[in-house]
Structure formats: structure tokens, C-alpha cells
Design a protein around this ligand. Structure first.
Ligand SMILES: Cc1cc2nc3c(=O)[nH]c(=O)nc-3n(C[C@H](O)[C@H](O)[C@H](O)COP(=O)(O)OP(=O)(O)OC[C@H]3O[C@@H](n4cnc5c(N)ncnc54)[C@H](O)[C@@H]3O)c2cc1C
Length: 460
């Protein structure tokens, strides 16, 4: 039987923000695209789930007011007005006490460390934000760099618990570049009074992903959900992506999945050595326990837990950011833990995670009662955070893979910034521009195509 099979200018693997931003840029340049997404929804790590008829991120998400690339893509699809900015309150739980840490005044009142250390912390925070040449930080560990700038007391109370809370046994390997970027970024998202302001999309991040996906479809792009890419090869100048929904063909392809998935997909068409080199970057997983509650835990949006005996590093009360009216009046709280996927917490059933966590919540918030929780959810991501080691730049794979016409742009290649949807959009746009150039330089007569997906006849 003869079937028509289009050859797309680019077959994009992964419908997260990198893949979606690449699709928009390619379509804008008049190229045809197919986006292949394994899940049944777009958004990747920023995807959502249903809480009583409302959509919520599986993992808490916000933007900083300095995140220009997200604003640009929202403008590009005519949805800029859907981004809202709100003041948020940040705090820290330390030694059985809650401290607010949203403004410079809050820092001065932070009695967990002596006054001189508070002043030093404030000055050092300002100083490190002025650092521009991150390359000089590449061979310093975050630990040594923080000790040098903030001193031992502030390091022990403020920074070490965060570093260990996030990276666990890998904390000593983390590069100063990672921490510098965190400090610089958080400081760039402030209102006039010095307080923190963060941004969100009406309806959530998954709604933005859907809106971008709709735009891609309307512009002639193909979005395929529930299709898993299994292997890629280049046959006679055409890239063949073998998926669970059949073979999709393109003049080029872009892989945006986590690197271990990319290694598997690319393995057959390239070399085992190349696939292995992708696995050199290590990741941590994440577990988020999401509580739907009848009452609020605190007035804070973001609570850093600087208590090593507590299993979670952050408690994020989402409805202290996006009003609870958006979720039928429910209060929404995330408890977040980064961890190796071999960790016992990662392996627990949702019910076990919930029961395990209750006594800790009770200890931190003595008024809390389990009857406040109407529903709970547990989300896990095996590749949630690349471990940004010293000299990370040397580990980052090139965007061009050994397979002709196949490109790679993933969360782990975002650097010196840390991963995030804003940078996913930036990198997706950048790689798409490179692919456009590559396509324009690639004109074998038999495969020349115009802006629409070229169709060839294939016998099967
Ligand atoms: C706990 C947590 C909190 C976060 N908080 C924030 C935040 O507040 N703000 C923010 O901006 N960012 C945040 N992030 C980071 C943000 O979610 C990511 O940086 C961003 O979503 C990465 O987008 P991506 O497209 O590069 O990758 P992903 O989102 O990982 O997308 C890759 C896509 O590829 C798909 N895929 C994988 N394998 C295949 C295959 N074989 N075939 C087809 N498809 C495949 C996946 O299903 C996925 O949809 C957070 C992340 C986590 C884990």
C-alpha cells in the first residue's frame, strides 16, 4: 500500500518549553515542524494536573520579573496580558522559628545570626550580584565561595542547609557558578520597596504551554501527543525518527529530552561513546507532595527549610502567590525534595509519602491537623535538576550531534544560568535559528522543500 508521508523541515522531540519555543521560531521562519511529545499533554516539567476542575503545576512554578524570554513568547502568541506579577513573601524555618526574608529590613531583623553577620550577608549579597565574569567561578566550589564571602556563621545557618537540602551527598561538588546565579537572579526580581515580586500565567504554566501548542497548530505545525521517540537515524540525508506512533521523517531533528533519554534515542544512529558522553552529566530527581487544604499553613509563599532533620528543603504555599479562588477556594501547598532516585522517599507510594510527611508538618506547624487536607498528590521527576559541578561548561554537549541534521538542546545545556522555563524558551529560540541556517544551507535537489511540509510517496 502506498501512503503519503510528509517530510518536515524539523521534527522536534519533546513538547516542553524548549521544544515549543523552537517550534514557534521555526514556523516564523517559514519552516514546517512536527512536535513529538511522549506525554498526553504539553509542558514537560512545567505540566499540570487537575485539582477539582482547575489546573495546577505538578511542580511549583513562578517566573522572576526579569525573565524577558517568557514575556517575549507570550507576546508572540498574543497572550502577554495573561502574565501577572505579584508581591511574594519569602521566609526561612530555622531552629524551630520562622523568619521573614523578603526585604533588606527582614535581613536586618534576622536574629538567627549576629548583627555583624547580617550586615556582612547583606553587603556580600549585593557584591556577588555584581559579579559578571562567571568563568572565574568555575573552579571554585559553592561551599568555598560562600564561606569566603559570607563567613562561617552565615554559611552554617543560611547557606549550607540550602546547599545540602538541595544537593544532598553531592553538595560539595556543586559549583560556585550555580549559587552565584541563584543569588543574582532572585535579587533581580524586586519591586520598588525592595520586596520580591514574581510572575505567573493566568491558568498556569500548562495553560501557556497549551496556548503555544495551539499557536503552533494554527500556524501549520503538527503536534503529536502520546508519541514516544525511540530512535533516530539519518538515511540518505533524511532524518528518520522512529516513534511509538510510527516513523516521522524530517530534514532535521531537534532533541529536547533529558540527556539520559537523548542518549538512548541517539545511541543507534551515532556511537556508544557519544551516548555515554551525554550520561556524564548527573541529575537529581524531585518529589513533590501537593496538599489541597481547607486552611493555610502560613502567610509565606516560599519557605526555605534550614533544618536538616526535616526531609523537605522547601514548603511552597502556592495560594499565597496565586489566589485560592483560582482553585475553587482550596489552599495549595507543595513540599519539595530533590534527591537521587534511589532514595527511599522517591520509592514510596503516594500514601506512604503522605503518612511519612504528616508528623514533620505537624512539628513545624503545631496547629496543623490532618483533617485540613482534603486531597494529596505526589509527583516525581527522575531528571529534575542537573548537578552543576565545577567546570560544568566542559561537560555540556555540543548542540550538534554526530548524526547529520540532528540537534540537541536540553535543560542540562542551560548555563551559566540554572534551568527554568525562561531559559528553555531562550535556548529553544536560539537552536531553532541555527537549524533555520542549517536548513537554508542544505539544498540537495531531491529533498528541496518549501515552507509547507513536503510530501513524498512511501511504499509500505
Ligand atoms: C521541582 C521543580 C520546580 C521548578 N520550578 C521552576 C520555576 O519556578 N520556574 C521555572 O521557570 N522553571 C522551574 N523549573 C524548571 C522548568 O520546569 C524546566 O527548566 C523546564 O520546564 C524545562 O523545559 P524543557 O522543555 O527543556 O524540558 P522538559 O520540560 O523536561 O521537556 C522535555 C519533554 O520531552 C518529553 N520526552 C522525554 N522523552 C521523550 C521521548 N522519548 N519522546 C518524546 N518526548 C519525550 C518529556 O515528556 C517532556 O515533555 C522547575 C523544575 C522542577 C523539577
Amino acid at each position: 500500500m502506498a501512503v503519503d508521508k510528509p517530510i518536515y523541515d524539523c521534527v522536534i522531540i519533546g513538547g516542553g518549553f524548549t521544544g515549543l519555543a523552537a517550534a514557534i521560531t521555526l514556523l516564523d521562519a517559514g519552516k514546517s515542524v512536527a512536535v513529538i511529545e511522549r506525554d498526553d499533554m504539553l509542558g514537560g516539567l512545567a505540566g499540570g494536573f487537575d485539582v477539582g476542575g482547575h489546573e495546577l503545576e505538578k511542580f511549583y512554578h513562578h517566573w522572576f520579573t526579569s525573565d524577558t524570554h517568557i514575556n517575549n513568547i507570550a507576546s508572540r502568541i498574543g497572550r502577554r496580558d495573561q502574565i501577572v506579577t505579584r508581591q511574594t513573601r519569602t521566609g526561612m524555618y530555622f531552629s524551630g522559628n520562622f523568619f521573614r526574608l523578603s526585604t533588606p529590613m527582614d535581613l536586618l531583623r534576622f536574629t538567627a545570626i549576629p548583627l555583624l553577620d547580617r550586615i556582612r550577608t547583606g553587603l556580600a549579597t549585593l557584591a556577588v550580584r555584581r559579579v559578571k565574569d562567571w568563568k572565574k567561578l568555575e573552579d571554585i566550589s559553592a561551599r568555598d565561595w560562600l564561606l569566603k564571602h559570607f563567613g562561617k556563621t552565615a554559611y552554617k545557618v543560611v547557606w549550607e542547609p540550602l546547599l545540602i537540602g538541595k544537593f544532598g551527598a553531592d553538595a560539595d561538588d556543586v559549583s560556585a557558578v550555580w549559587f552565584w546565579n541563584k543569588l543574582a537572579l532572585r535579587g533581580s526580581s524586586r519591586g520598588k520597596g525592595g520586596g520580591e515580586e514574581l510572575a505567573y500565567y493566568r491558568g498556569g504554566f500548562a495553560q501557556l504551554a497549551r496556548d503555544i501548542g495551539d499557536h503552533v497548530s494554527k500556524a501549520g505545525g503538527k503536534v503529536m501527543l502520546g508519541a514516544e521517540a525511540l530512535a533516530i537515524s539519518n538515511r540518505d540525508g533524511i532524518v528518520e525518527v522512529e516513534t511509538s506512533a510510527g516513523v516521522i521523517r524530517g530534514r532535521t531533528s531537534l532533541v529536547t529530552t533529558p540527556l539520559p533519554h537523548a542518549a538512548k534515542i541517539l545511541e543507534g544512529g551515532s556511537s556508544a561513546a557519544y551516548a555515554q558522553s551525554l550520561n556524564r552529566i548527573r541529575y537529581l530527581g524531585n518529589v513533590c507532595l501537593v496538599l489541597e487544604m481547607t486552611r493555610s499553613l502560613s502567610e509565606l509563599y516560599w519557605l526555605n527549610v534550614n533544618d536538616p532533620s526535616f526531609p523537605y528543603v522547601g514548603i511552597i504555599e502556592h495560594t499565597n502567590f496565586e489566589p485560592r479562588e483560582s482553585y475553587g477556594g482550596r489552599h495549595i501547598v507543595y513540599l519539595s525534595k530533590y534527591l537521587p532516585v534511589s532514595d527511599a522517599l522517591y520509592q514510596m507510594t503516594p500514601e506512604q509519602v503522605f503518612e511519612y510527611s504528616l508528623p514533620y508538618i505537624q512539628r513545624m506547624f503545631p496547629e496543623f491537623d490532618r483533617s485540613w487536607v482534603t486531597r494529596h498528590h505526589v509527583w516525581r521527576a527522575p531528571y529534575a535538576q542537573p548537578i552543576v559541578e565545577k567546570h560544568y561548561s566542559r561537560l555540556i554537549p555540543d548542540v550538534r550531534t554526530p548524526i547529520d541534521g540532528v540537534f540537541l538542546s536540553t535543560m542540562a545545556q542551560v548555563y551559566p544560568e540554572d534551568r527554568g522555563t525562561n531559559y528553555a524558551v531562550r535556548e529553544g529560540g536560539k537552536i531553532a535559528q541555527l537549524i533555520v541556517k542549517d536548513l537554508d544551507g542544505r539544498t540537495p535537489a531531491s529533498h528541496k522543500s518549501g515552507s509547507a511540509a513536503e510530501t513524498i510517496r512511501m511504499a509500505s
